[in-house]
Design a protein around this ligand. Structure first.
Ligand SMILES: [Cu+2]
Length: 283
């Protein structure tokens, strides 16, 4: 689909996937927004079919990043196929392991990705639990997905990548599709946790910059990377993830308070903070 999102830099044209099976009747994920694109869920070991109707005037695909699909279902036009405008296709795969995954369009990837054709895939354990990360893995009380994304709004006037998209200079910094003013009060981005409970935070970096995540000094454990458990969980207060990476964090609520949670986007070469999106952790 194609639409405009309101940002501090004005309305920005974007392209996105919607979920026609959702209660929202084809709106974006998280109720009221076009970005991020709709996320979907699968169950480990089960065969999944994703029916794609390309309701646009351009070719697109769905590439299931990290899901170990076969060649036909890989969504790379040169080695699989592309879905023409107003065309339909079904992608089929067996969800490999419970965890946080990613999908995106792979046609003129650099531009289609930037435009918003990116989303998360959550694979649940075989018992379909929404309170355990994987079989034998950590359990949690609350689950939050943070989709990290930046925009260079000048790119959003283009229809094909070229000289004007040779450099990515982000000027909009998003958390779940919202800048700080929106993310601070966004029920899908804020982490609200009763004392003694645990949150599971799934991070997916869809920006073209490194992202640094912190929770106002609150300790967390990094337990999984790119859909696989870490052999040793790592305690941290700050975590950085590169473009396309996913990390899952376990956050125990040990102290009452309102903490400044944020994601800072870093220049890939200098490490300088280019911008940030803030929200809150409330215990
Ligand atoms: Cu596309």
């Amino acid at each position: 689909m194609n639409g405009s999102v309101s940002t501090s830099k004005g309305f920005v044209r974007c392209w996105y996937f919607t979920d026609s099976t959702s209660m929202m009747g084809g709106s974006g994920f998280m109720g009221d927004r076009l970005l991020p694109s709709a996320h979907f869920e699968a169950i480990e070991g089960k065969k999944i079919s994703v029916h794609f109707f390309n309701q646009s005037m351009m070719d697109h695909t769905i590439h299931l990043h990290g899901l170990d699909v076969d060649q036909r279902n890989d969504g790379v036009p040169s080695t699989s196929f592309s879905v023409p405008r107003m065309g339909r296709a079904t992608y089929t795969f067996i969800a490999p392991h419970a965890g946080t995954y990613h999908y995106h369009c792979h046609v003129d990837t650099v531009l289609h990705y930037e435009m918003g054709m990116v989303g998360a895939v959550i694979v649940r354990p075989p018992n379909a639990s929404t309170k355990q990360a994987w079989t034998g893995g950590p359990t949690f009380d609350e689950e939050v997905l943070w989709h990290l994304h930046t925009m260079d709004t000048s790119w959003h006037n283009e229809t094909v990548s070229g000289p004007k998209t040779a450099r990515h200079r982000p000027n909009v910094f998003l958390l779940n599709g919202k800048e700080t003013a929106g993310a601070m009060k966004d029920a899908y981005s804020r982490i609200v946790l009763p004392l003694g409970k645990t949150a599971y935070l799934r991070l997916l970096n869809c920006g073209y910059q490194w992202a640094r995540v912190s929770l106002g000094g609150v300790d967390f454990q990094v337990v999984a990377s790119d859909g696989r458990p870490l052999r040793n969980f790592q305690s941290a207060k700050v975590w950085e993830l590169g473009p396309g990476e996913r990390y899952d964090l376990l956050i125990p609520a040990k102290k009452k308070g309102i903490f400044d949670a944020k994601v800072e986007y870093l220049d890939d070469f200098s490490g300088k903070v280019l911008g940030e999106a803030k929200t809150q952790l409330l215990v």
